[in-house]
Design a protein around this ligand. Sequence first.
Ligand code: ACO
Length: 429
Amino acid sequence: MADTLTITDNRTGTQYEVSIAAGAIRATDLKQIKAGPDDKGLVTYDPAFLNTAACRSRITYIDGDAGILRYRGYPIEQLAEDSDFLETAYLILFGELPTQTAQEDWVRQVTLHTMLHENIKRFMEGFLYDAHPMGIFLSTVGALSTFYPDAKNIFDADSRRTQTLRLIAKVPSIAAYAYRHSIGRPYVYPDNDLSFTGNFLNMLFKMTELKYQPHPVLERALDVLFILHADHEQNCSTSAMRVIGSSHGDPYSALTGAAAALYGPLHGGANEAVLRMLQEIGSVGQVPSFMTKIKKGEGRLMGFGHRVYKSYDPRAKIIKQIADLVFSVTGKNPLLEIALELERIALEDDYFVSRRLYPNVDFYSGLIYQAMGFPLDMFPVLFAIPRTAGWIAQWEEMLLDSEQKISRPRQIYDGEAARDYVPMSKRQG
Ligand code: ACO
C-alpha cells in the first residue's frame, strides 16, 4: 500500500487521502480541502520557508542535526582534504568527479575565460573609491549580461556551458578589480600559469614584481575555503538564484540577485559582521558583558546559529584547522583570542545550548581572511566567488526540472476589504 496521510475535516467529517513521497506531501494536494464554502482550497502558510521543500535536488546533502555536508554524495571533509576548488566546482556542476582528461580540459577552459572585456574595467572605474566591493561585484556581474546577450539562450546546453565557464572564470577577476579599485591600485591581468586561487591572489596583491608567487600555504588555504563555500543547498541566495532564474532570464541577471541576497549580514555578509563585532568587543575581558547584552536580545552573536545546522557546522570545524595553518605563516590574528572566548562561553551557556546555536562557517573564516591581508569589506565577495559554482548548478537543475515553473508563492491577504476611492477633498486626518 502506498504511503498516505489521512486528513479528517472535523467540521464535516470528510476524509482526504494525501500521498507521502520522499518524506513530503504535496502542498497542492491540500487544495482539495476547502476551509469554507467560497474557499479556493487550503494553502500552507510557511513564512521564511521553515518547513517547505521547493525543489528536488541532487547536488548537496545536509543533515543539520548530525553536522553532515556532502556535495554529490562526497563528504565535505574528504573534498577539503583531497580535492581542489576547480575539481569540486566540476563535481557540483556536472555531477561526477572529472577524469584526468576532463579535469585538464576544464581547468584549461576556465583559464581561457579569466580576462574581462576592457569596457567592464571602465564600467567599474565609475564607482566611488569607497564603494563597497560587494556592491561593485554584484553590479558588474549584472552588467556581464549586456556583454554576453547569447546568455539568453538558456535552453541551449552549449550556451549554458559557455556562460558557466565565463562566470566561474571571471568572478575572481571582477572581485580582484573591485578590490584594486577600492585601494586605488592599477588592475592586474590574470596569470594563466597560476592555479585558480594562485591567480586570484596575483590579481589582488601583485605589486611591481615581474612574476607574483603565491605563498603555497595561503594558496591552498584559500582553495580549501573555496571548496567549503561552493554550495549549501537551498539557502537564501540559492533560493534567490532559483526564483529569479525561474522567469527564464539570463544567468548573469539571476546571479546578481543571488549575490545581493548573499550580501546581507544574516547570510554571506556575516563573516564581515563577525570581524566588526570582534573589533567592537576589543578584548577578552569585554566578552562577558558583550554576551550579557546578546542574551538580553541586544544584537546577535554573529557567526553563530544556522537555520539548518543544529550542531557544529562541519565547515567551521575544517576552517578552525585551516586557521592554524594560515596563522603559522601570517602570525596569529589578535582577534582570535576573543573569538575563542566567545565560543567557549557560548558552548557552555544555556541561552546558546538550549537554542542549539553553534559556530557557523562565518565565525572563523573572517579571521583567516583578515590575516591573509583582505580588508573586511572583501569578505562577502570572497564568499560569492566559490558560491558561483553552486548557484549555477542549482540554476541549471531548476531549468531542466520538468516539475518547475515560474516561482510564485501564495499569500494570506490581511488587508482592507473592497472600498471606494475617496477624493482628496473628502479625506480625513
Ligand atoms: N545570536 C543570538 N541569538 C540567536 C542567534 C545569534 N547568532 N541566532 C539565533 N538566535 C536566537 C534567536 O534570537 C531566537 O531566540 P528566541 O527563540 O528566544 O526568539 C532563536 O535563537 C532562533 O533564532 P531564529 O532567528 O528563529 O533562527 P533562524 O533559523 O531564523 O536564523 C540565522 C538563522 C539567520 C543564521 C541566525 O542564527 C542568525 O542571525 N545568526 C547570526 C548571523 C549569521 O551568522 N549568519 C550566517 C549564517 S551561515 C550563512 O548564511 C553562510
